[in-house]
Design a protein around this ligand. Structure first.
Ligand code: SF4
Length: 168
């Protein structure tokens, strides 16, 4: 079985993708509204100019977001280092890939946790099959991420997770 991707965010290997892709609403966690696909005005290049004082500036929500390592893979692997700031036509496809890969990494995080359980053979084999499907050796492209999202695998994952109740 090949290694799993790193599920820890590495902002230094990303390109502030979440600060462009995700929307947020003014309120307790964010000081103003930002629509999806619009760069946050607090960005300078790929750096947040208020990162050391997010809470005091009213952006507590930014510190709560965890891309689970999807951001750096979208930028480095799937889009080969392309920069949405230089090519605005990349914003929508990179944002879509971030959303889809974030879901994939969230599934992998659950499957990794499930590896601590001693399971009967049938469930252990389903766990391995799901892990392989969510972490394909060939990696991801925008097309395979879309196909994966439409494949119904998330439903199979939910059924697998529900079946673990008897083993925790
Ligand atoms: S406040 Fe900083 S961390 Fe939050 S979205 Fe804007 S640039 Fe990104």
């Amino acid at each position: 079985m090949h290694d799993l991707p790193d599920l820890t965010p590495d902002c230094s290997a990303c390109a502030a993708l979440c600060c462009m892709a995700l929307p947020f609403d003014k309120g307790e966690a964010f000081a103003f509204d930002k629509p999806a696909l619009h760069p946050c005005p607090n960005l300078s290049g790929h750096a947040c100019t208020i990162h050391d004082r997010l809470e005091t500036e009213g952006f507590r929500g930014c510190g709560l977001y965890d891309c689970l390592g999807a951001g750096q893979r979208v930028v480095g692997e799937i889009f080969a280092g392309a920069d949405w700031q230089n090519d605005t036509s990349l914003r929508a496809p990179m944002a879509e890939a971030l959303t889809l890969l974030h879901r994939v990494h969230a599934a992998l995080e659950l499957l990794v946790a499930a590896e601590r359980l001693t399971l009967p053979d049938a469930l252990a084999s389903e766990r391995s099959a799901l892990r392989a499907a969510y972490a394909p050796e060939a990696g991801w492209t925008p097309e395979t991420l879309r196909a994966h999202a439409a494949s119904g695998l998330d439903k199979r994952l939910r059924a697998f997770l529900a079946s673990l109740r008897a083993h925790v």
